[in-house]
Write a protein that binds this ligand. Structure first.
Ligand SMILES: Nc1nc2c(ncn2[C@@H]2O[C@H](COP(=O)(O)OP(=O)(O)OP(=O)(O)O)[C@@H](O)[C@H]2O)c(=O)[nH]1
Length: 310
């Protein structure tokens, strides 16, 4: 066996084959002390029913396979869904499987170990992959449903529900760790005029461009949420008012400088931003309202500006 091998498993056409391979490989795939493939299949069928979370399902699958195959690592990739989970540390000998079911791509799994995989071990592994099929497919569907429920379909950023959840989590974190939590409310200036002048579709493009300009100014841990229309919220954990104001200025500037064009014509796009740092015992709603008030002050002050309040 080479140090790397790749396979495609179409679960639908392979199901019968896998069943019979499972029967043949039902003896131990490792040593007489290890559980047999059918014992592992049995425990997997119970274990993998206990969660719909991708990382939990794959973690349980990896831990179970480790009992029999001395695996060093498992990597899962689904590039189109931007999913990636890694368990253990990669070793020299690898094998990988592209999993499909009824034409749907379910992701790619890469296993590694420091010893070569024997043919019997690969057969056993392939049998056990059959136990992953439905749990993995269900976890992917669950992941998609959650993503739809929490994301704004136009811009891809979190929606109001996602903001509520993140804010709840961040406030608890700030209280526990005694750290600052700052918030920004961002509103595009004269967006109605942009829509009325250039059309709704162009307005949509402006929203998407504005989101990517914002994302370019934020850390991966910062949350950007669309509350509806042209209003957005940014949550900055562990961030003082001074630092939050600096980030807000960076965003304001990035959007004002953005080369946004229609038919080669530059279209000016600016935002007004309100910033606030959470006060002791301040509720989610009170923090948001105070931040929103700062944003309205920025509008009244002439737009394309940042107003911050501690
Ligand atoms: N293209 C597009 N427009 C939207 C969307 N959601 C809301 N809008 C429009 O956003 C505009 C918001 O306008 P207003 O609330 O009057 O605010 P504004 O024109 O930005 O004025 P100021 O906020 O005072 O600077 C309205 O014309 C809405 O129709 C959307 O998803 N796409």
């Amino acid at each position: 066996m080479n140090s790397t091998s790749g396979n495609t498993i179409d679960f639908d056409s392979a199901r019968l084959k896998i069943k019979s391979a499972g029967a043949q490989a039902s003896k131990s795939v490792h040593s007489s002390a290890s559980p047999s493939v059918s014992q592992l299949q049995q425990s997997l069928s119970q274990l993998l029913q206990t969660s719909l979370e991708m990382d939990r399902i794959l973690g349980l699958f990896f831990a179970t396979l480790q009992q029999a195959l001395e695996l060093n690592s498992l990597e899962y990739r689904h590039d189109a869904k931007q999913l990636q989970f890694d368990f253990g540390s990669p070793a020299l000998h690898r094998c990988s499987y592209r999993l499909t079911h009824l034409g749907d791509f379910l992701g790619e799994l890469r296993f590694s170990r420091s010893k070569r995989f024997s043919e019997a071990q690969l057969k056993g592994l392939e049998s056990l992959l059959g136990s992953l099929l439905y749990p993995l497919r269900n976890a992917l569907l669950y992941h998609e449903a959650i993503a739809c429920a929490l994301n704004d379909p136009l811009t891809g950023c979190g929606n109001r529900l996602a903001l509520d959840q993140a804010l709840d989590r961040e406030i608890k974190h700030a209280i526990r760790k005694r750290t600052d939590l700052s918030m920004m409310v961002i509103d595009i200036d004269h967006f109605k005029t942009i829509n009325d002048t250039y059309g709704h579709a162009f307005g949509d493009e402006a929203l998407k461009a504005m989101v990517s300009a914002c994302e370019g100014c934020l850390r991966a841990v910062d949350g950007l949420f669309r509350l509806g229309g042209e209003e957005f919220v940014v949550l900055l954990s562990d961030t003082s008012l001074v630092d939050a104001r600096m980030v807000a200025e960076r965003i304001r500037n990035a959007i004002a400088e953005m080369q946004f064009q229609l038919d080669g014509q530059p279209i000016p796009l600016t935002v007004s931003i309100g910033v606030a740092r959470r006060r002791n015992d301040e509720s989610q709603q009170a923090l948001y309202e105070r931040c929103d008030q700062q944003m309205y002050k920025a509008k009244r002050g002439g737009r394309n500006q940042v107003i911050a309040e501690g």
